[in-house]
Each structure stands twice: as C-alpha cells, then as structure tokens.
Design a protein around this ligand. Structure first.
Ligand code: ARG
Length: 568
C-alpha cells in the first residue's frame, strides 16, 4: 500500500550508508500523535551499520518528507520514524483497499482449491449444550472470513450419528420408553433415556452387551433399527436447526459419521496391506508409532471387529481429499481431542496419503464467571436455554435504558442483542485461552461487547438518516484532518488487514479487537466533531466517514456471525 515510501526509504539509506539488506517494515501506531505509519527500521539497522539509531532515523525522516504523499515526518524516541500522510493519500489508499477487497471477495475462486472447515459436529440424540457454541461459532466465523477473501470454502457438519451409543439408546427405548415415539420424547426425553441407561448399566453390566448387539443389528441393516435411527437423526437435526438459524450458522454439507459406514473397509484394507495397521491386543488393529513421534498406539478396529470414531475420521480424510482436493482441512474441535487429531494426522501421513494442510483449530474450555451456571450439576446447560436467557436479559437491558434506546421492534432487537452478546462474547476472546462466560460483560453497553458495537452502528446510521442525503462520497478536496478523523480513517483503512490477519491466524478475536477500536474511535469522533452541523466539504467528508464506519461495522459483525440493527 505504501510502496512509494518503501522505495524512497531504501534509496536514501543506500545513499547514506551503502547497500542495506533489510526491508523497511511499516507499523500502524494506535495512539494519536504518532503518525499514520511508522517504522523502527533505524533501530534494527543501527547495530548492523554501527551507527546511532537516531542518526539513521534522521536520514529516513528527511528523505521520506520529500515523498509527495507525505505531509510531515518526525523522529521519535530512540529512533522511530513517524510519518503523517496527506489526507488525499489516505483517502486514495482507502479507495484502493476497498477496490482490492471487492476484487478479492468476488474471488478468482474458480480453479482454486477449497478450504474444508469441519465444525459444530454435535453428537445426536442429545440437545446441544452450551459448550457446543464454541465450535459452532468459531467455525462459522472462520468460514465467513475465508469466503470474504474469495477463498472457496466447504463447511461440513460431521455429526456424531453413529456408534455404540445408538445401541444403548435403542435398548433404553425398548425397556423404558413406554412405547413412546422418538418425536414425542424429543431431545430431552432421549437424553433422559440415555442417562437412565448408564445408571441401570452400573447395576446390570449385561445391558452393555445388549447395547452392542443392538448396534450390530443397526450396522447389519435391520429394518426396525434403521427406522429408529433415522427418526433420531431427523428429530435431532430439526431441533439443532432452530439453533443454527438463530446463530446464523449454515453448512455446505451435513455428512455425519454414518456417511462413512461403507467407506471404511477400503481404508482398513489399505492400512493392513501397507503394514500401517498391525494386530494389537486380542485381534484389534492399531497403528503403532515410532518412538520419536511420542504418540500412544491408535486403535482403528476393535477386537470385536467394530470400527471407531478414528476409523471414520480416516475414511473422512480420504473422502474429502478425493472429492474436493482441498488445500486445507480445518477441524474446529475441543482441545480434549488433541491427541486424537495428532494420531489421525500422523496416521494419514504414514499411509502415504498426499494430504493437504491438516489443522486442529483448538479452543479452550468455557469458564463461568457466574457460579450458578457451572453448578447445575449433572444436567447439561442447554444452549437453547442459554440463548433464551441471553435474550431475556437483553430485554431487561433495553427496558433499563428507557428512552436512550429506540426501537420499533423490541423483540427482534432483543434477539439480536442477546444472541449477539453471547456470540461476540466468545469470538472477542483469544480462542486458545479459557473462554470466560460473563453475563455482565457480554451485555454491557460500554466495553468490548456486542451491544456496544450494535449501538455504535445504529448511531452511525441514525446520523446518516438525519443527514437525508442519498449518497455519501468523499469530497475531492480534503485539506486538513482533525486527529479524531485521522484515527478513524486509519481504522477503516486497516479493516481488510484485520480481516486477513484474523483469517490467516484463525483467530476471530483479532477482527473483534479491530472493530472495538473502530467503535471507540468513531464515538470519539462523534463526540468531538460536529457532523450534521458542519458545512460544505467538511460535512460531506464527515458523513462519508460515518457511512464507511457503518458499512464496515456491519460487514465485520457479520463475519463474526452477528447482526446489527439500523435503529436502537
Ligand atoms: N462429534 C464429535 C464430538 O462431539 C466432534 C467431531 C469433530 N469432527 C471430526 N471430524 N472428528 O466430540
């Protein structure tokens, strides 16, 4: 973006000090009064050149000041060079970056290999628990980020819809289901049966055998079992879909573990033939890793011949690679499965498969600031209930704000705020750390929260409504910038970089942080500078900044799976 500056910097350094084999890097200072861009090149070059950093910085500052786009430069601190750009240069950069972003989004997607994102993936026959929100929204926001950059993306829901738990459920249904249908039991009824099975099996271990036999019947294609299984899958999907809709989550494919039922045999045969799968105890098949890999053996077929989660995940890789030829497969899954994925990836490579980049995108555990949430012991905290609770609390917040919040549709505002608060509360935290769940913080109007972002967006839209203009282009002539305008402009300019960084590192909170900064800088600008009461080009310029802010906030929020209101 600032090639002319980089070229000039290199030229002047070379003239003063001879060939300099280091590229000048630019930073974007956050604080006002430090320029639009800055470099610490003088500091890192000082040693190599045997000069004082400030001496080098002086040379740089003097030469950069002569670049047409530059307003002024200064040497600061131990040897930083801060550069202020002319308003036109900043505006031109903003325009160019918008154009580049649009081109990217339209994506020369054709011919590009997609990125597969495996997320949400609940186990069926149970209602979604609060912890499911993590994989679900982190995964969805990564998919949104990739798509926004024109990278084709396949989002897949790898449902846990196969395995011995079905045998257990079938046995429980038969014994204690009182002849009810799956539909009438619902998710809660099914969960209760499943829990009951475990209680009873502690007293009577033979139930486990019954469950295994029952699952085998399912595997062998028994009609009644198939029908039952199908009903459970349908009922689960229907209940889960309601939640996905509220979270703005969707998939390109729902391919659960059952999808791989007939795709495991060839993989097992291949593994045996290549001597990667070797006999373990009692006739099981395992992968034994060489010492230096420091991985425990990985079971791929049980001693009774049954396949496992691992077997299905291997078949899944094979299928995905053959079907989509992806450039990467990302698994957005709880850190508890770290070992599984290390073994899985290592096995794929020992099979000699030509696999793409495979990554386990881990996230931390959820911690509750509110003790009452973690202590409802035994019972899972259902995601749907937590969503409802969030919306109820949002309604209270709206009521408490009285006249300051204006809406013609309180119910949908509360839904947007409550669900947004939850989602943003998660996505604004570093996913690698424990994720702290704190109602007050999530619903606050002041801090780094969804309501703050939503309110800022609505405020910007409200200014635009009152301005009653159709279009808000930047005026041709902008001679001087106020400090708050300069900061805001720079946030807008750096939005694509924030998106790219969040996408590249698979860290949505980096985008959230940027949006938070943008909100703060917009509100500072709004409080200091008159917008509607300004005149001529100044008014036009400030309206353009306001419109850009609103658009960026909306786009950014949507990347984080949120929605923002026009009024509030
Ligand atoms: N169903 C699994 C669970 O709830 C997560 C599946 C993740 N995806 C995968 N390909 N293994 O723990």
């Amino acid at each position: 973006m600032f090639d002319a500056l980089t070229t000039e910097a290199h030229k002047s350094l070379e003239k003063a000090f001879g060939p300099v084999l280091e590229e000048v890097q630019w930073q974007y200072p956050r604080e006002a009064g430090r320029g639009d861009i800055a470099t610490s090149a003088a500091l890192s070059l000082a040693k190599k050149l045997g000069k004082q950093p400030r001496e080098i910085a002086q040379v740089l500052a003097a030469s950069l000041a002569s670049v047409p786009d530059v307003e002024r430069t200064e040497v600061a601190g131990a040897g930083y060079v801060n550069v202020w750009l002319k308003p036109q240069a900043l505006l031109a950069a903003l325009g160019a970056s918008r154009k580049a972003q649009a081109t990217k989004a339209k994506g020369h997607a054709k011919g590009k290999r997609p990125v597969i994102i495996d997320y949400s993936a609940p186990n069926i026959a149970k209602p979604l628990g609060i912890h499911h929100i993590l994989s679900t929204v982190i995964g969805q926001s990564l998919a949104n980020l990739y798509r926004s950059e024109g990278i084709p993306t396949v989002g897949i829901n790898h449902l846990g819809d196969w395995g011995t738990q079905f045998g257990k459920l079938a046995v429980a249904m038969e014994k204690w289901g009182a002849g009810k249908t799956v539909a009438s039991l619902g998710m809660d009824g099914l969960l209760a049966l499943y829990v009951r099975f475990h209680e009873e099996a502690e007293k009577d271990p033979s139930l486990e055998q019954e469950a295994l036999a029952s699952f085998r019947k399912l595997e062998e294609g028994d009609d009644a079992m198939r029908t039952f299984w199908n009903e459970v899958v349908q009922a689960t999907m229907a209940s889960v879909q309601r939640i996905y809709d509220r979270l703005h989550v969707s998939f390109d494919a729902v391919q659960g573990e059952s999808f791989y039922e007939d795709k495991m045999a060839p993989v097992i045969a291949e593994g045996k033939e290549k001597n990667v799968f070797v006999p373990g105890e009692e006739g099981a098949l395992i992968v034994a890793f060489p010492e230096e890999e420091q991985l425990p053996p990985y079971m791929v077929v049980k001693s009774d011949g049954a396949t496992l989660y691992a077997t299905r995940d291997l078949a899944t890789i094979r299928y995905r690679v053959d079907t989509w030829h992806p450039q990467a497969i990302l698994y957005v899954v709880d850190v508890a499965q770290q070992l599984h994925f290390r073994q899985l990836f290592a096995t794929a490579s020992r099979l000699g498969w030509d696999v793409p980049h495979l990554e386990h995108v881990v996230f931390g555990r959820m911690r509750f600031a509110d003790a009452s949430m973690s202590t409802r012991k035994g019972n899972i905290l259902k995601l749907e209930d937590v969503l409802d609770e969030a919306v109820r609390r949002a309604r209270e917040v709206i009521a408490a704000h009285g006249e300051t919040i204006q809406t013609d549709d309180e119910a949908s505002l509360a839904e947007m705020m409550g669900v947004g608060a939850l989602v943003y509360g998660i996505l604004s935290q570093n996913r690698k750390m424990d994720i702290v769940f704190d109602w007050d913080k999530m619903l606050s109007f002041e801090g780094n929260s969804a309501p703050y972002l939503q309110y800022t967006h609505a405020r910007a839209r409200s200014v635009l409504r009152k301005a009653a203009v159709k279009k808000t282009p930047f005026p041709k002539d902008v001679s001087a910038l106020q400090p708050s305008e300069r900061l805001l402009l720079k946030d807008l300019l750096l939005f694509p970089a924030a998106v790219e960084e969040a996408r590249n590192t698979h860290m949505p909170h980096k985008l959230a942080n940027h949006l938070y900064q943008l909100c703060q800088d917009f509100n500072a600008f709004y409080n200091i500078e008159p917008i509607l009461k300004a005149e001529g080009d100044t008014r036009a310029f400030r309206l353009a900044l306001t419109a850009e802010t609103a658009d960026v906030l909306r786009a950014g929020a949507e990347l984080l799976t949120m929605r923002v209101p026009d009024r509030m």
